[in-house]
Design a protein around this ligand. Structure first.
Ligand SMILES: [Zn+2]
Length: 235
């Protein structure tokens, strides 16, 4: 179980709807780094409680995303495990009768994560619309919580649909490339699309001073370049 991520002894493990979930300590570390700056600028509430509130919202949002993938896999009779790791997480197929299914299933399973988040966003919007807002207080900032919930479940799933591997959009793009070009050539094409689009977005991120996404995209692009080198041999 969970062979691909190094064990540190600080993992949190539990099951939800029978699906094993592992939360790696890097998940909290990365979320803290990303939220740390923003929390200082929140005008009301207590900084520590605001940070805890935001962490819970990030955790629930990413978990719902991965549960979307896992739910569809379960529908296809594929068993899965969820890992929450730095910069997000993944739902990993680990067996079951449906494991060798077709490329359209890869498309639907990849779409299910962002769709689950859009549904959660719908719930948040309905909640904000119908429930009375919490007035400014010493404990928790209502505005900041709503902002983080909307941001996590609107911006992240949209970015996740970019055709860059191993994001969900990249997996969808890979499935289509495989349909048209076969497994091997399709993967090469999907990797090239990931690298070219990734490089363009790296340049744009730094131009618009979006350093966190810039660094994340550099990491993905290097990873995809190395993957491409391994597939086609060194040159
Ligand atoms: Zn996903």
């Amino acid at each position: 179980m969970f062979m691909s991520v190094q064990d540190t002894g600080f993992e949190i493990r539990f099951r939800i709807f029978g699906i094993p979930v592992m939360v790696h300590p890097f998940f909290w570390l990365m979320a803290l780094i990303m939220l740390g700056n923003g929390v200082v600028t929140v005008p009301d509430g207590h900084p520590v409680l605001n940070l805890v509130g935001m962490l819970v919202i990030v955790f629930v949002s990413i978990l719902v995303h991965e549960l979307g993938h896992s739910a569809l896999m379960a529908w296809y009779r594929i068993r899965s495990e969820i890992v929450l790791y730095a910069m997000g997480g993944y739902a990993m197929p680990v067996g079951g009768r449906g494991i060798m299914r077709g490329l359209w299933d890869q498309v639907w399973i990849s779409l299910a994560g962002p769709v689950a988040q859009f549904l959660l966003l719908g719930l948040v919007i309905v909640g904000v619309w119908y429930l009375p807002p919490l007035p400014p207080n010493r404990f928790i900032s209502y505005q900041a919580m709503v902002f983080v919930a909307v941001y996590c479940n609107l911006v992240w799933p949209i970015l996740n649909l970019l055709p860059i591997l191993p994001l969900d959009g990249g997996r969808i793009c890979q499935a289509f490339c495989r349909m048209f070009q076969g497994h091997y050539q399709g993967d090469i094409t999907a990797l090239w699309i990931s690298i070219i689009l990734g490089s363009v977005l790296v340049a744009m991120s730094f131009q618009y001073q979006q350093f966190t996404s810039g660094i994340f995209l550099i990491y993905l692009t290097i990873q995809n370049f190395q993957e491409l080198q391994q597939r086609v041999g060194r040159w």
